[in-house]
Ligand binder design. Structure first.
Ligand SMILES: Nc1nc2c(ncn2[C@@H]2O[C@H](COP(=O)(O)OP(=O)(O)OP(=O)(O)O)[C@@H](O)[C@H]2O)c(=O)[nH]1
Length: 107
């Protein structure tokens, strides 16, 4: 049983966005993960050329699939919790908000 998926993307590696989009799409459509919350972390924002959150959302094709960062009750509309948070693992920033967001959807 999978409680949640954390998908870490290198937001500074522009050459591999197609690959990461394909991998993400295949996970999102996997039957075994139906309804499972997805936290997408856009890492390496300390690098100046890294994509912004807006750009990453666009490149990953998630514009209509992210569900909101606040305390959003999704229990009645059947949507899979999915959000993007930007972070820098080396600078120890950003991912905490993502994990806190995700924790509200883990039963
Ligand atoms: N600048 C920066 N570097 C990071 C960050 N997080 C991890 N790294 C560095 O990234 C390196 C890991 O390389 P990656 O290429 O991202 O790792 P990977 O996904 O295992 O390898 P690939 O599949 O080849 O991309 C290590 O040297 C880490 O120190 C970050 O937030 N900022």
């Amino acid at each position: 049983q999978v409680d949640a998926v954390v998908y870490l993307v290198d937001a500074a590696d522009r050459e591999r966005f197609n690959e990461t989009k394909q991998e993400l799409d295949s996970l999102l459509s996997a039957e075994a993960l139906f309804g499972v919350p997805f936290l997408v972390l856009g890492n390496k924002i300390d690098i100046a050329s890294a994509l912004s959150e807006h750009e990453l959302r666009y490149y990953l094709g998630l514009e209509y699939y992210t569900t909101g960062k606040g305390n959003v009750d999704l229990s009645h509309n059947g949507m899979r919790p999915l959000e993007i948070f930007m972070c820098s693992v080396v600078r120890k920033m950003g991912y905490g908000d993502g994990f806190r967001w995700m924790s509200q959807y883990i039963k």
